[in-house]
Ligand binder design. Structure first.
Ligand code: GDP
Length: 319
């Protein structure tokens, strides 16, 4: 991408899209195009078609999607299927109609089969049943991947799909129940510290293993692949190493500076025993992560503190 290329980042307010914007701005790209969902409803075919024919972006990062944890996925199945199918169909088709040079679509590690062999290789997609709780989301995302590949095969479009592992860092969701494990722990340990609580309770047995990628590393990988990768199918983005939930809890406890005990609530579900990406392909393409977990958690904790304070300030303003 030239520095003056016109780049549309769909979903620029989300964790992924905002990180890509920061990275592109830092690299000196001058023509970033963004729209909030109230300015442009990506589910609306006519509005998206008009936007593309007026703006004529050359590159598209399709980081807009309806996402959420297990609770949201179960509660809003229809929304997860409809919104995601609409957003990706509209953006991909309008990109084709308006001659977009290259588009990046985002899958996720959670759309691989529930019982796929670990570490997860790109070719295990569609080799087994999905995790039932997020099936509508996964079906929509898989349709998006096939759409990119079909537009490549039939119409010669250079559309690529990346598969990020669990992400953390700036702009994460720290909701006490709906968040993923790492932001959930940061909040819980912090609140226990400031309230002098004797212990913190972690969900499950602590034995499941997960992989975590710092959000700025994801953005760096995406920008690198936009310039250096032109294939159909998928490419995993991860660090290629995992950690147990128990080890993670001790790491977060230490980073936050909490001195109490850790308990495990084994009535809460463990979920998949292990979720780790095979990153052989990514490394072979010449990209490797740079932020290790202990350092990334320190940065995430600082970001949490900044937004946590603001959250309270906002509530204060309303009263
Ligand atoms: P998953 O990777 O899709 O299973 O999603 P999560 O990030 O929500 O959970 C990962 C693992 O961390 C599961 O084994 C959870 O039981 C465990 N866990 C421990 N404490 C927490 C917590 O406070 N929040 C969440 N979301 N998970 C937790």
């Amino acid at each position: 991408m030239n520095k003056d290329a016109k780049i549309f980042i769909a979903g620029h307010r989300g964790m992924v899209g905002s990180a890509i914007c920061r990275k592109l701005e830092k690299e000196g790209f001058t023509k970033l195009t963004v729209r909030t969902s109230s300015e442009l409803d990506l589910r609306n075919q006519k509005a998206v078609a008009e936007f593309f024919s007026t703006e004529k972006p050359e590159y598209v990062f399709l980081a807009a999607a309806k996402v959420g944890g297990i609770l949201a996925n179960e509660r809003y199945k229809a929304d997860f299927l409809y919104d995601n199918l609409q957003i990706q169909s509209n953006v991909i088709h309008s990109s084709y109609e308006n001659g977009v040079k290259k588009l990046m679509f985002f899958g996720s590690s959670c759309i691989y089969p529930k019982l796929a062999a670990q570490p997860l290789k790109e070719d295990c997609l569609l080799t087994g049943p999905l995790e039932p709780t997020n099936e509508p989301y996964a079906v929509a995302k898989i349709a998006g991947i096939k759409m990119c590949d079909s537009y490549r095969d039939q119409l010669g479009c250079n559309y690529i799909t990346v598969m990020p592992t669990n992400l953390y860092g700036y702009n994460d969701n720290y909701h006490p129940e709906h968040s993923h494990v790492l932001p959930g722990m940061i909040r819980r340990f912090h609140e226990a510290k400031v309230n002098n609580l004797p212990s913190v309770t972690i969900w499950g047995t602590g034995t499941p293993r997960r992989e975590f990628l710092f959000i700025d590393d994801l953005a760096a990988a995406c920008c690198y692949l936009m310039d250096n990768y032109d294939e159909k199918g998928l490419i995993n983005i991860g660090i290629g190493a995992d950690i147990s939930i128990k080890e993670l809890a001790y790491l977060v406890k230490q980073t936050v500076g909490y001195n109490g005990d850790i308990n495990f609530d084994t009535t809460k579900p463990d979920g998949t025993p292990r979720k780790l990406m095979d990153v052989t392909k990514l490394h072979a393409k010449g990209w490797k992560h740079s932020v290790e977990l202990p350092e990334g958690i320190k940065i995430a904790y600082r970001d949490f503190l900044a937004s946590y304070v603001n959250e309270y300030a906002e509530v204060g303003d309303q009263h």
